[in-house]
Design a protein around this ligand. Structure first.
Ligand code: IPD
Ligand code: CA
Ligand code: CA
Ligand code: CA
Length: 255
């Protein structure tokens, strides 16, 4: 039942993305002029929430545009109705619906669906991760210097001694091939699928990373905060790797 609802909710959200993609829709901004929210974000969110509420009216919901919708069960759905809104608004088909399910503080299920590449990533705790129903696994890369690394940048400049610019510079000075897709959920799934060896980002929200976190872990990878401590969706820094290069990656990111 939980799984069916998760699949139906992802499907409902993605229908909205497909409907508006490359068409006309309202766009407004949030924290600054480049932090966008579109009509499609809001309608995707409404469609997802409707599916979840129809089956589980007492579950908590935490979703990017509406925030927290209280419930009284031990379950919480963590929703990003479009991850990669800037891509979406520009007609770049690297965006997705990301939905995770947390139970008693533990992530138990996650789905990330990019309807434009027809890629549905899914994981259930203890049962592995899949891409379009086929098992996926992280890469076997052993060295950060030979890795393909993906990252993302916050909408507002993060001025700290070991901020996004400084860390990025460290990697490109050493010639590491760096990528920036514009969707943290897809970044994480592509680590899970072995396309990237590592991902880091300084400042994410729960809805950006919750589903992708479980998908990476269930694909055999490792996800922590910047200190190497356990991942929590409610703290900003995240490092996800194939596990083999995790300790080395922590040193690169922390200087
Ligand atoms: C953003 C994307 C992006 C990341 C930003 C996020 P949004 O989410 O995941 O890759 O760099 O930090 O805010 O706003 O497109 O849902
Ligand atoms: Ca997001
Ligand atoms: Ca979003
Ligand atoms: Ca956003």
């Amino acid at each position: 039942m939980l799984r069916t609802t998760l699949l139906e909710a992802s499907e409902a959200g993605s229908r909205i993305l497909k409907h508006y993609f490359n068409g006309t829709f309202e766009v407004s901004h949030k924290s600054n002029i480049n932090d966008l929210v579109t009509q499609a974000d809001k309608e995707s969110e409404a469609a997802i929430v409707e599916v979840i509420r129809a089956s589980f009216p007492d579950h908590h919901i935490l979703s990017e545009e509406v925030g927290a919708l209280p419930g009284n069960a031990s379950y919480k759905w963590i929703i990003d109705p479009i991850d990669g809104t800037v891509n979406f608004a520009n007609g770049i088909p690297l965006c997705c619906v990301s939905i995770a399910l947390e139970k008693d503080g533990q992530m138990i299920m996650g789905a990330v669906y990019n309807p434009f590449l027809h890629e549905f990533f899914f994981a259930e705790r203890g049962k592995g991760a899949t891409l379009n129903d086929r098992p996926i696994h992280v890469s076997a890369q052993k060295e950060v210097a030979r890795s393909c690394v993906v990252t993302g940048f916050p909408y507002t400049y993060l001025d700290s001694p070991n901020g996004p610019l400084q860390v990025f510079e460290r990697f490109i000075r050493r010639g590491v091939p760096m990528r920036r897709l514009g969707s943290a959920a897809i970044d994480l799934c592509w680590v899970a699928a072995g396309r990237f060896d590592a991902f880091y980002e300084h400042k994410l929200q729960a809805w950006d990373s919750a589903a992708g976190f479980l998908i990476v872990e269930e694909a055999g990878g490792r996800v922590t905060d910047f200190t190497g401590g356990p991942y929590s969706p409610y703290q900003p820094g995240i490092i996800a790797t194939n596990g083999i290069i995790h300790e080395e990656m922590l040193r690169w990111v922390n200087g």
